[in-house]
Design a protein around this ligand. Structure first.
Ligand code: 2BA
Length: 109
């Protein structure tokens, strides 16, 4: 068994959730925030059999797209000076950041 952890943009989350459940994947959806942009994104946990991982990856690829996002200047006041960005910069976010982990045990009580 594998645990697929996927970080996606909020705009893609409902479409991806529907596509995964339509294909009988069991999914947990979590609200999350990116450490760099400090804005909301969505994380999915998908527990699945090894042979279905490729199908899950294909569905993720088909339903998530990358977008350019503007990072506004961040004031260093009250924060870490390392995070100071003096002018707006554009970064490409997503489509999806995916981790595939082995599952040692799976229990449901
Ligand atoms: P954020 O951390 O908010 O990052 C958003 C986007 O900002 C990233 O898109 C990347 O294009 C850019 N970025 C991130 N860190 C940067 C840096 N130090 N310098 C310059 N640009 C930087 P993605 O790479 O597509 O990542 C989208 C979201 O996926 C991330 O949101 C984070 O929530 C998650 N993520 C990405 N890589 C991860 C990792 N290795 N571990 C855990 N979460 C990760």
């Amino acid at each position: 068994m594998k645990l697929v952890i996927v970080v996606v943009q909020d705009q893609d989350s409902n479409k991806l959730l529907n596509a995964l459940t339509d294909h009988n994947f069991r999914v947990t959806k979590l609200s999350s925030s990116g450490g760099f942009l400090k804005s909301g994104n969505t994380t999915f946990m998908i527990g699945t059999e090894d042979i279905r991982v490729d199908k899950a990856l294909q569905i993720i690829k088909d339903n998530c797209k990358s977008r350019d996002q503007l990072v506004a200047p961040v004031s260093p006041m009250g924060g870490n000076a390392d995070s100071f960005i003096p002018y707006p910069v554009e970064v490409e976010v997503g489509g999806a950041t995916v981790f595939v982990l082995p599952v040692e045990q799976f229990h449901q009580f």
